[in-house]
Design a protein around this ligand. Structure first.
Ligand code: NIG
Ligand code: FE
Length: 415
């Protein structure tokens, strides 16, 4: 189907970033903002766009014409850090937190990641898939069209493999773009002999299977005291790199554990959290092209500080914002809301904030040639909002759903 959307009040394309595939040093001009615009989609991709009026030869080819009536159009949002597949709930932890318990105190009492491991192992394949799909629908309704999903609540050879296989089934069943990440090093399993023994098993037994069957595009590890050290994670990361997988890292969340520097050394696609990243770590990330992914939802939930984006921006590091959607420390699929809160509390400008939830995370996921921007040849993923401007979108804090969400040139939701 060839679709022409016309009378778009404001369209943010982020076109200037796409030719260089650039995620850093973003300026206002990089918004590629078009007032009173049109957008032409040829089946699943963007074929042309520009300011009104629509050229006659474009209109002639349109199979359907949609009047956007002055609405705002933004690229589909890209969430590059989620833990969307898990069983059980941890709402009791929320209550504990209200009574003053910290993330670490909850974890020390058997809560946190270990609680979700229990819930996940107990859940059937069907339950896990059904709940993950429900969550993905909630993402989509809020304009998120690409979602990275990490394993990490299996924490055993068979269980992590099961989660990857379930993610693969989900990928085939939804039109959203799903990027699978093996986060087998999320925590040391309660039943493991030692961290080293667990890493060895995952590296020698699981990783070759994952690589051979293309079950993941990335690996991830939680580098933090009480979880994995850089040295413990190293053999797993190096083997993954050798097998052609990309690297993402949970880094420097509670303390400076050398995560940012290690991510740079490993040429990781992203390092995420980063509250306590060192100056040297930030510099190294900028040099290695590692994207800094900030997770303001986790700060809101657990009371840990927001990551200040400014040192990363000054170092010319690309900065993204993701939801960290998970059952314990950020139960929030509303990436638009986190873009607003992240802009306010991590200190991003409006143009940095919209790029942080669209093109920059797409780049970090290796999708900088087709996602996160409205450009010719890119997937026609976008959302229509009954708003006048990007500034209104940011100021309304993700409270208003888009009126339409389009995925690969097809309208999926209208409200
Ligand atoms: O990114 N920091 C480590 N892992 C997750 C939390 C997962 C959980 O608590 O279940 C995170 O915040
Ligand atoms: Fe996380």
């Amino acid at each position: 189907m060839r679709t022409l959307l016309e009378n778009i009040g404001e369209m943010i394309t982020l076109q200037p970033l796409t030719s260089e595939q650039r995620g850093h040093s973003i300026k206002e001009e990089d918004l590629g903002r078009i007032h009173n615009a049109w957008l032409f989609c040829d089946n699943s991709t963007v074929a042309a766009l520009g300011p009104m009026p629509v050229p006659a030869d474009i209109r002639k080819f349109a199979g359907q014409v949609v009047d956007a009536k002055g609405a705002l159009v933004l690229p589909g949002l890209v969430d590059a850090h989620t833990h969307t597949i898990f069983g059980g709930t941890r709402f009791d932890e929320f209550a504990q937190r209200l009574n003053g318990a910290s993330y670490q105190e909850i974890a020390a009492k058997g809560g946190g990641i270990q609680a979700s491991v229990k819930g996940t192992r107990q859940a059937s394949d069907e339950e896990l898939m059904k709940s993950a799909k429900r969550r993905l629908t909630r993402f989509l309704r809020r304009g998120v069209t690409t979602v990275e999903i990490k394993t990490g609540y299996g924490l055993a050879f068979k269980q992590e493999l099961r989660l990857l296989k379930l993610i693969q089934v989900i990928r085939k069943n939804v039109r959203m773009e799903i990027v699978p990440t093996l986060l087998a090093l999320h925590a040391v399993p309660a039943d493991a002999k030692s961290a080293e023994a667990y890493v060895e098993e995952i590296t020698k037994r699981l990783l070759p299977l994952v690589i051979e069957n293309k079950l993941a595009r990335y690996v991830d590890a939680f580098i933090e005291s009480g979880y994995f050290s850089v040295e413990q994670a190293e053999p797993f990361i190096r083997a993954a790199e050798k097998g052609g997988l990309g690297v993402r890292v949970h880094a420097d969340e509670f303390s400076n554990s050398g995560g940012a520097a290690a991510a740079a050394k490993w040429k990781a696609a992203s390092a995420d959290h980063l509250q306590h990243a060192s100056k040297e770590g930030i510099q190294a990330m900028a040099l290695s092209g590692t994207v800094a992914i900030l997770l303001p939802g986790t700060s809101l939930y657990t009371g840990i500080p927001f990551t200040d984006a400014r040192p990363f921006l000054e170092a010319k590091c690309a900065v993204a914002i993701a939801s960290d959607f998970n059952p314990g420390s950020s139960f929030c699929e509303n990436l638009a809301q986190l873009a607003s809160l992240g802009a306010l509390h991590c200190h991003l400008t409006s143009w940095q904030a919209i790029a942080a939830v669209t093109y920059v995370p797409a780049l970090s996921l290796g999708l900088g040639d087709r996602k996160g921007a409205l450009e010719i040849g890119f997937d026609a993923d976008f959302a229509v909002y009954r708003m006048a401007s990007l500034e209104e979108w940011l100021a309304t804090m993700g409270q208003r759903l888009p009126s339409e969400v389009w995925l690969k040139g097809e309208k999926l939701h209208s409200y």
